[in-house]
Each structure stands twice: as C-alpha cells, then as structure tokens.
Write a protein that binds this ligand. Structure first.
Ligand code: ZN
Length: 221
C-alpha cells in the first residue's frame, strides 16, 4: 500500500515536471536559435550608433544605460548560441534571465537619477532572480510577468520626468516586440524579431537618458 502511494507520488511528480518543461520550452530549430543569437546584437547597435555618430549627446546616465546593455549581450548570445548547437542549457537560460533583472536595476538608475529608486529596484529584482533560481523551477508566465514588472519599473521614471514622447516610443516598441514574441510570428521567428525590434526600444531609452541629468535631481522619489 505504502509502495503504491510512493509510486503514485513519483508519477504525479513526473507528470508535473513534464508539464512544466512543456510549458517553459519553446522548440526552435538550430537555424532559428542562431538567428536568436545574432539578433541580440540589435539593441547594442542602437548604442553603437549613438557612440559613433552622436557621442557628444551622451550623458553620464546614457553611458550607464549603454554599459548595462553591453553587459547583458554576452550572456544572451551564449545562451542562444548553445541552443543553436543543441545544448538547451537550463543554467545559461537562468543566467540570461537573471541578467535581464540585473540590467533592469542599472536602467532604473540611469533613467531615474535616484539612488533610492535604484535601491527599491534592486530589492524587487533580487526577489525575481531568486525565483528564477528556485529549485522547483518556475512557469514561463511567472518569469514573463516578473520581467514586465521590472521593465515597467524602469520605464516609469521617464513618464514622471514628463518625457512623454520617449516613454510612448519605448512602450510601443516593447509592446510590439512582446506581441511578436508571444505569437511567435512566422513559425518560430518571432523571438528574433523581438530582439531586433529592441533597436528601437534602445533608441528611446538612450534618448530618455539625455534628459536625465546631474543637477536636475531625481525623476522620482
Ligand atoms: Zn532571447
């Protein structure tokens, strides 16, 4: 009887684990993963465009945001690159997701000019990073909603500063990218398009940092 119970318990655990894998794993071909890897360069291209053609417009806050973007790049490219060669590494996936939250804190400071707001974002994002590394694993929906929360937190200071045009541009590009990602446009190419559209998102973020400045005080508390 006890053996039967244990057997049932392990079967339930196995089914739950499989359901979790099914929900969190989207199958891409090697070519699509290679595209996912290469397309991660697009947000950094927006940074390079400012660095090469408009360096004098970059403020200290712009540079902080740009360095944050460059920081995420090797982690994301490594994760997608490993997937392209057939190694769907859970470790690198979690590291890539964690870096999104680390970079969100950096963006929150660059866009708010507020150490207090930065600290609040660190607390929120550390909690999200802990859920990514929790042994039980997490559902894709929870990870996505945590990322959206982090993005909303670093975008809000742009609105608080009254920079409606850059805020609207950032929100629209993010929503468009998120939509393409969710519907996985053209049989799995939505992820690459999501990365590529971030060239526009990045443009609006850097433009927003140009209005955040030393002497102007924080955008929010
Ligand atoms: Zn990706």
């Amino acid at each position: 009887m006890r053996d039967q119970g244990l057997e049932n318990h392990s079967t339930v655990k196995k089914i739950m684990k499989e359901a979790l894998i099914t929900e969190t794993h989207v199958a891409y071909s090697s070519f699509q993963e290679a595209l996912n890897c290469v397309s991660m360069i697009f947000p950094s291209l927006a940074c390079l465009w400012f660095i090469l053609y408009h360096p004098s417009t970059l403020t200290r806050h712009s540079w902080i945001l740009i360095l944050g973007t460059f920081l995420h790049l090797p982690f994301s490219m490594t994760y997608h690159g490993l997937c392209a060669v057939g190694n769907d590494s859970e470790f690198w996936k979690r590291l890539d997701l964690s870096l999104i939250h680390v970079v969100s804190c950096i963006y929150a400071y660059a866009l708010s000019n507020s150490p207090l707001y930065f600290a609040a974002n660190v607390v929120v994002n550390i909690r999200h990073i802990c859920t990514i590394w929790a042994k039980t694993g997490r559902h894709k929906a929870e990870r996505s909603s945590n990322i959206m929360q982090a993005v909303a937190l670093y975008l809000l200071p742009i609105l608080f500063s009254g920079d409606v045009s850059n805020f609207s541009g950032a929100v629209l590009t993010f929503v468009l990218g998120g939509f393409l990602f969710q519907i996985n446009f053209l049989g799995g190419y939505g992820h690459s398009l999501f990365h590529a559209i971030f060239i526009g998102f990045q443009y609006y973020l850097i433009s927003a940092t140009q209005k955040v400045g030393v002497g102007k005080g924080p955008n929010c508390f």
